[in-house]
Design a protein around this ligand. Sequence first.
Ligand SMILES: [Zn+2]
Length: 454
Amino acid sequence: MLNEGNNGSHSAPQHTSPKKSHTVTKTLLVLAFGLFAGAAAIAVVEPTSEPTVYQAIEALELPAGVTPLGLANTQPYIQETRIRRGDTLAALLQRLQVSSPGLQAFLTHDENARSIYKLYPGRSIQAALSDDNDLLWLRYYHTPSDTEQGQSVSKWLEVRPDGQDNYVATEQADITSTHIQMAEGIINSSLFGATDAANIPDTVAMQIPEILGSKMDFLKDIRKGDRFRVIYETHSHNGQRVGAGKILALEFESQDKVHAALWFSPDGQSGSYYDFEGQSSQGAFLRSPLKFTRISSTFGGRRHPIHGNWRAHNGVDYAAPTGTPIHATADGVVKSVGNQGGYGKTIVLEHHSGYSTLYAHQSKFAAGLKKGDTVNQGQLIGYVGSTGWSTGPHLHYEFRINNKPVDPLAIELPVARSLDDKQKAAFQTAASQYRLQLAVLKGLDQPAVAALDH
Ligand SMILES: [Zn+2]
């Protein structure tokens, strides 16, 4: 077997999570407004601080037709607490000031309440108490944000008294509402220091290097003073934020360069990221490294053509005449170029987000190509051959995620695609709205028409 050795060193930026106010000189506005609502609808919201342990978070609506007078004492008192590392059920109930007899025993033993056996740090538990301190309900938001059939849902365990001195536990789910949030950050020490300071959720922050990772190196290329603006989804349930979704638009000013991406889904297709010119950007891979080809051997087990024994085939073979140009399937960096035993003349490219590709059995490499070179998607890197353990001219192409070979034909790769005219029109509409929003975020001084001159 040919093994390149374990160098899973593709490094995602470390989440340093420094203390907020210490590392970032300027906390930026978080603007919240409806998607495409335009500048007039913008409301400036102070960044929210960390939730305190005891916090009444929900104002229940009064029942219709009931006069509010004198009702204050019938409204439930809602307590919320967040689970901390090492928390126990007993500690949580104590913090919630719930002292209902038998509740803890019920939660510990009831089959239907078993989701509470796993207490995830950071998730929240709420308890609604009557004025007499009786439990009305207890909710454990164990899965605040999930996706089911393309919809964002929130799931929780709900426990109520059954009226007979016991309780009943049910799993509940509801569709969350999606909101659009915007934020700007300035790099002081690290990307994650800046996202923390701007109150950008970690799940959103993590997407930034994934989306722009093919354009810039978030370990080496960022500098103090770099700015970024991000528009992203948040999900809420019952007026409470339960999680964040995907980034919709992103702009990163790194020294003299501006990298941008926006999310766009052409009709009937899954969405992906594009730059503002409509070029598919993030994570886009060409389907094949050869322009005209046929697949001669697929991924999986097969009898080795030379050795005769069964072994894993960790790639896809493309039959093609010697000398057929081989193209990089995505932007990347040459990790190795040279002879690799049975692979023959081989190039390995490293891409963003832990992706890498391997091109084996080449007859020769593109002139001057060397380790460390940056290559663009579609760039010629070499020519088909039959070097190494090969029975005839073909390209053996491997696709790896974190150094683990996967079948490039089976997994859903982020595929580069071009937009047709109708899709381009829809794209331009979306892009100009995002540009406008990003310009607003940048300081309201950029003429909006400049964004529309396409
Ligand atoms: Zn092969």
